[in-house]
Each structure stands twice: as C-alpha cells, then as structure tokens.
Design a protein around this ligand. Structure first.
Ligand code: NAD
Length: 485
C-alpha cells in the first residue's frame, strides 16, 4: 500500500542552530526525505542560521554530508540531492548580537510564503531569538516558531520561557516539539481508541486492571553526561515524553480531532494526576561491569545523585480512572531498546471451562519502537484433540507487514511534525499551559528527593532496572512486562 502524500504550501523555513547536532541528524535529512516525497514545493527555501562562519556552498556541503550519514537519501532518485541543495541557503548569525540579522531579513522579509523559524538551539537563546525576530520585523502574525525540548527545568523556568516567547508571538504561532507525538504509533493510538467501536467502551476502570508505559534505552549518557546529570530521567523523559503518552492513553474523547479539543483533554489528565508518594517511585543509576563507564564515571561525578532510571506508580483522580494504577518506567542502559504502552485488562469474572486453570487476560500492547505495531492478546482453544484447553495468542498488527514497504518505513517523527508546522496544525504540539501543568506535577517529586537526600539505587547495565521497581509492582500483585521479551 502506498501512503498518500498531501501537498503543503511553499514555505521559508529558517533553522536557527542549522549546523547543530539535531539539525544534522534529524531536521535536514528529514526535510530531504519530504522533498523526495514531493512535499517541498520548488519555490520553498530552507535557510540555515547559526554561529559558524560558512557561506552557502559551505552549508550545502555540510547538509550533503548530513544526508549521506543519516540516511536521508534512502528513497530518493539520482540528481534529487543536487536539486534539493539549490533550495538551501545560509546566514551566519548571532542570536545575542546584531551580526547577520539584516542579511537574514533581506533574504526572507518580502517573501509571501508560509514562514517558520525552527529554534534548534539551547533554550537560553529562545528569548533572544524571539526578540531579534521582532526587532527586525520578522515576527509578523503569520509566522510560526518551533521550539525544542527541554522546555524549562521546572515550573518557574518554563513560565519564564513561555513569557519570553509570548512577548512577540501568540500561542497559536508557537509549536513546542515533543517528537514522541510525531511517531506513527502514537497517532495510531488515537486512531485505535477513537476510530473503533471495540476499545473505547472497555477503556476505563471497570475493565482495565492497569496500564504500563515503558521507554527503555540501551545507551548510556554518552557524550551528554554533563547536561544529563543536571537533568535526570524525570526531567529528560517523564515530564515530557511519558507524560504525553499517558495523556493520550487516559484522555477523554475530544469532540473533534483539532488542536484545541485534543490539547484541552490532555491538560485535564495532567491536572487530575495524584501527587506521587515516596513509596510510589523507584530511582536508579546504572553500574557497568565491562569497559564502558558506570553512570557516575560517565558524568564525571563520583557522588552524583541524579537518576538514569525512574519507575513510578501514578494515579488519575477522575471518573474514568480512579483506582487504576498507571506504571511508568524509563531508563538508560537497560536490556533492550523498547518503547511500549501496555493496557492490561481485568481477568474475566467467571470461567465456564472446567479444564481452564490458568489466568487469562487480554493485553493490548502498543509498540512505539522498534518495530512499531499493535498486538492484542486473545484467549483461544489450544488446537488438537486435548479437550477444551485455553491458550493466549497474539493478534499481531505489525505496520511493516500490514502496510507493505511504504507503511513499514513511515516518515520520521520530525518530518511529520515539521510538515504539520507548515500546515499550521498544532494538534501534535504541546501548549504552554500543558507544559506548565506537567512541571507543576513534576516539581514536588524532584523537590522531595532533594529534601530527603535520596540516593538512586544501583542497577546493572543490561538489566530491567533496579529490583525495587519489580517489588513496587509485586506489592500490588502485578509485574512489569519484561523489557527483554
Ligand atoms: P548543538 O550544540 O549541536 O548546536 C547548537 C546550534 O546552535 C549550533 O548550530 C550553533 O551554531 C547554534 N548557536 C549556538 N549559540 C548561538 C548563538 N549565540 N547565535 C546563533 N546560533 C548559535 O545543539 P543540538 O544538539 O543541535 O540541540 C539544539 C536544541 O535541540 C537544544 O535545545 C537541545 O536540547 C534540543 N534537542 C537536541 C536533540 C539532539 O538529538 N541533538 C534532541 C532533542 C532536543
């Protein structure tokens, strides 16, 4: 099956931080793939804007290398890269000074195309960029800005960032990226919930036993040690990515699939989250037993108390979910790279089959990575003449298999989200009040650790995390889905 490519209007996209790591690995190769798919009209322009002193040719050489290295050219024909490069330009600019701004204004000011500014720079520059765009007459009401994570490190800093952007841009011009929301399966989660009759009637405390959300990485902190140590798994992953997944799983059906309706419902979930008690959280730090460095060595601080793993039991106080635990877990250096949402339904209340001694539960599992897909565990009769014995088997919908080659290689999250920016669709971006509400819930948890002087539990690299995380679920008579399965 070939996926439909919906055309977008021609655009000018300025990438501040256009020579950075994110631009090189994700944004530029992603744009090239959209170009190959016919989604970048020939009068569109991409302007890299960064501190490096490069000219247009130098930038095109940089982009060529990025595309070769990060696979942007996979589905493109010969000669297409050259024509893509013709639509690229570069300005050497200083976000905090005057250098380069007149040149940028000359290049784009009179253009009537859709205009978007991607702030692919550290958040400390967001306010400066907004201010300079305004001063140079580039912050007109039709333009859009895309901002990267981290959006603050607590409620106070998030509010300050929101305020600095709000000075020159309205909320409907601001696109706060959480690339998890751009994943095919995350959107499929909404399609499964709200596009089928089958699930929504069961999607509540009466039929669901509990829900697990796991985002497991096999890599350590790598070269980001210093940055990561100031952040930790709670700030880096839970406050944004896991929180967004939780919202989509738990929210009420919006009246329409439009930005305000969807984001209103997500916000209601965050506001209904219970405070988390200390016994509902396990923090961990990885320890290695080979040549790779343990967490504390990797961040160069033998006393670091930052967590590289966190598991939480979260409650949502509303009519639909009261009493149903949501177990969230994320960490580095775990057994396998796997992101999965699992909805475990309740045990049926009566069995008519005499020979059936086992517990059978329907489990809906939504894999975000790797191998995006959805599996529903159902109970059937064991084949053969052995009587009425029941077994659980998966009904598997792997997108790669079901949708053929094209469906198996869906656009990267960044590609999809950038195209949404051009279309002016904010549904899959976080609104300012959502981000602030998420920090308002997260802050007391982190403050509690500091006040109590809590030290994370060590866990072995390559494991499923600290044993305490297993025990937290065992106390409830439940267990985590093994990460390595
Ligand atoms: P980077 O350090 O690799 O690149 C920073 C870019 O900003 C460079 O192009 C640099 O020239 C430019 N820059 C720095 N100071 C400037 C100034 N005063 N004026 C103009 N340009 C300036 O950073 P990165 O890894 O590309 O990350 C960019 C943003 O994206 C950060 O907010 C980061 O947290 C976020 N992010 C990055 C990743 C990733 O995978 N790299 C993932 C998620 C979010």
């Amino acid at each position: 099956m070939v996926s439909r490519v919906i055309p977008v209007d021609a655009f000018d996209l300025v990438i501040f931080g256009g020579t950075g790591d994110l631009a090189r690995r994700k944004i530029l190769p992603g744009l090239f793939r959209r170009y190959c798919a016919g989604q970048m009209p020939s009068n569109s322009r991409i302007v890299g804007a960064a501190r490096s002193k490069l000219d247009g040719d130098g930038y095109r050489a940089f982009v060529t290398e990025a595309i070769h290295e990060f696979g942007g050219g996979r589905s493109c024909e010969d000669g297409t890269l050259e024509s893509f490069l013709k639509q690229l330009d570069y300005v050497s600019i200083d976000a905090r000074g005057e250098a380069g701004w007149d040149e940028l204004a000359d290049k784009i000011k009179d253009s009537k195309l859709v205009r978007a500014y991607y702030f692919s720079v550290g958040p400390s520059l967001f306010g400066d960029l907004a201010e300079r765009l305004h001063l140079h007459g580039l912050a007109d009401e039709d333009s859009r800005i895309v901002v990267e994570k981290p959006f603050g490190r607590d409620l106070e800093t998030a509010k300050a960032l929101n305020a600095s952007l709000a000075e020159h841009f309205d909320e409907n011009q601001i696109y706060r990226i959480d690339h998890y929301l751009g994943k095919e399966t995350v959107q499929n989660l909404m399609a499964v919930r709200f596009g089928n009759m089958l699930f929504e009637p069961l999607w509540n405390a009466q039929y669901v036993d509990h829900i697990q959300i796991t985002v497991a990485e096999t890599v350590g902190v790598g070269g980001r040690g210093e940055y990561y140590d100031k952040s930790g798994a709670m700030r880096d992953m839970v406050q944004n990515h896991l929180m967004q997944l939780l919202c989509l799983i738990a929210m009420e059906p919006p009246a329409k699939f439009d930005p305000s309706a969807v984001r209103d419902e997500k916000l209601k979930v965050i506001r209904a989250l219970d405070p988390v008690e200390p016994h509902q959280i396990v923090r961990g730090q990885y320890v290695t037993h080979d040549d790779s460095p343990s967490y504390r060595k990797a961040v160069n601080d033998p006393r670091s108390t930052t967590e590289s793993f966190v598991a939480l039991k979260v409650g949502i106080s509303n009519w639909r979910w009261a009493g149903i635990p949501f177990y969230l877990r994320t960490g580095k250096m775990l057994a396998k790279r796997a992101s999965e949402i699992t909805v475990v339904f309740k045990q049926r209340n009566h069995s008519i089959f005499e020979e059936d001694e086992l517990e059978h539960r329907n489990i809906l599992s939504i894999r975000l990575q790797p191998d995006e897909g959805i599996t529903l565990g159902v109970t059937i009769k064991e084949p053969g003449p052995g009587g009425m014995r029941l077994i659980d088997v998966p009904l598997d919908m792997s997108f790669a298999e079901a949708l053929g080659e094209d469906g198996g290689d869906p656009p990267d999250a960044y590609e999809r989200l950038i195209m949404d920016v051009i279309r002016g669709n904010q549904t899959l971006f976080m609104r300012g009040d959502e981000v602030e509400a998420a920090w308002a819930w997260t802050d007391p948890i982190i403050d509690g650790w500091t006040q109590r002087g809590e030290v994370p539990k060590p866990y072995d690299a390559g494991s499923d995390g600290p044993g305490d995380a297993e025990q937290m679920l065992a106390r409830d008579g439940r267990s985590w889905r093994p990460i390595s399965s």
